[in-house]
Design a protein around this ligand. Structure first.
Ligand code: AVJ
Length: 368
């Protein structure tokens, strides 16, 4: 089990926005304050924090960064991709001709969203890693049209993208209650460990589950099953195994957007932890590890040099050609994933794929 029941949502004054995701967001923050006042019941944006310490966990203390940079080989948690700039770059990745997952999952949702609604009926829609909520609109439309959505809860670590998209969605779906939560998956799931009479569907799209190792994945699914009550739903999007050439192209796009996304992690660390990474001294690499069925993304150091992270009181020495693992993106087999889900009590009801079997969506229900 991940965290006990000490997580609750705390409304934080938006004025506190400074020093979190750079101060470029004043306008959005200002707008959201206004909107918050005029639509108080329908739009809420909250930070997930611990009651016990009153400490804002979103403002990470960086222990995971220290851990990753002081071990051999070095690694950094993928969640540090997603600051304001990183979330923006990820949106650009989703539009790339080589990056098939987003458009394929979108097409599947376009075709099958009404069928998903028919399976679940009315429910609260909880999205982990909602980002811009673009694909979500297809689900929201289907639920909205059939008057089956009671509430939408987008959850994301990036406060700027969460605020901006929640405000947009509020305009597009004026009668839909929206509760945006800023925090990590772990915080979100801990927050949801309370009983509710409402039927819930947690959804986790885009194959973000691919960032977890096999062990983390098991733990995550177990946690989902703990949080849901019998009869609730879980909708999971997974990228499927396919020839290495297609996969490697998707993570080494011709325009270099993925490279910029990867390198942006270092500028995120620079502002968040007052570090002095020189982005010119690192380069992007993405390879498909056939044995593990996973894309591995690295930042390769070009020259021996030290890096200082002031806020963490840490100096790290980098050797020329040394690598930092920034992401694994696992590629799945549908049948295997169905079995994994089933073994956690998450019973697959229906599997949706595209004609080329590039991507899969599995709708599950927690066994009654
Ligand atoms: C958001 C984790 C699903 O693994 O494909 C895209 C992130 N990294 N290009 C993925 C990503 C490089 C993406 N996920």
């Amino acid at each position: 089990m991940i965290i006990a029941a000490s997580i609750q949502a705390v409304k934080v004054d938006f004025i506190l926005g400074i020093d979190r995701e750079q101060s470029k967001n004043w306008r959005i923050i200002g707008e959201s304050m206004q909107l918050k006042q005029s639509n108080q019941e329908l739009l809420q944006i909250e930070y997930l924090a611990t009651v016990a310490t009153g400490q804002n966990l979103v403002k990470d203390d960086g222990k995971d960064v220290i851990e990753g940079l002081t071990k051999t080989p070095k690694s950094l948690p993928s969640k540090y991709f997603y600051d304001r700039q990183g979330s923006q770059l990820f949106e650009e990745i989703c539009q790339l001709p080589e990056y098939y997952p987003t458009r394929t999952e979108t097409a599947i949702l376009q075709e099958y969203a009404p069928e998903i609604v028919a399976y679940t009926g009315a429910c609260e829609l909880i999205e982990l890693g909602s980002g811009s909520s673009t694909k979500t609109r297809l689900l929201l439309d289907a639920y909205y049209q059939q008057q089956k959505s009671s509430k939408y809860v987008p959850i994301d670590v990036s406060e700027t993208i969460l605020q901006a998209s929640a405000i947009e969605l509020q305009k597009e779906y004026p009668n839909l209650p929206i509760q945006g939560l800023i925090g990590t998956y772990e915080q979100a799931l801990a927050y949801y460990r309370n009983a509710s009479d409402n039927t819930r569907m947690i959804f986790f799209l885009g194959s973000s589950i691919g960032n977890f190792s096999a062990a983390e994945c098991d733990k995550f699914l177990e946690e989902i099953a703990t949080v849901l009550k019998a009869g609730d739903y879980f909708l999971l999007g997974i990228d499927l195994q396919k020839p290495a050439a297609i996969l490697e192209a998707a993570y080494n796009d011709a325009q270099g957007v993925t490279a910029a996304f990867n390198l942006n992690m270092l500028s995120h660390l620079n502002w968040r932890f007052q570090a002095d990474f020189n982005l010119d001294l690192f380069s992007h690499q993405a390879i498909y590890n056939q044995d593990q069925s996973q894309i591995e993304m690295y930042l390769i150091c070009q020259k021996t040099h030290p890096v200082h992270l002031k806020k963490l009181d840490l100096t790290v020495n980098f050797q020329a050609s040394e690598s930092i693992l920034t992401e694994i993106s696992r590629k799945f087999n549908l049948e295997t994933m169905e079995k994994d889900l089933e073994s956690q009590g998450l019973k697959p009801l229906k599997v949706f794929t595209d004609p080329e079997n590039l991507f899969g969506l599995i709708l599950c229900q927690l066994s009654l």
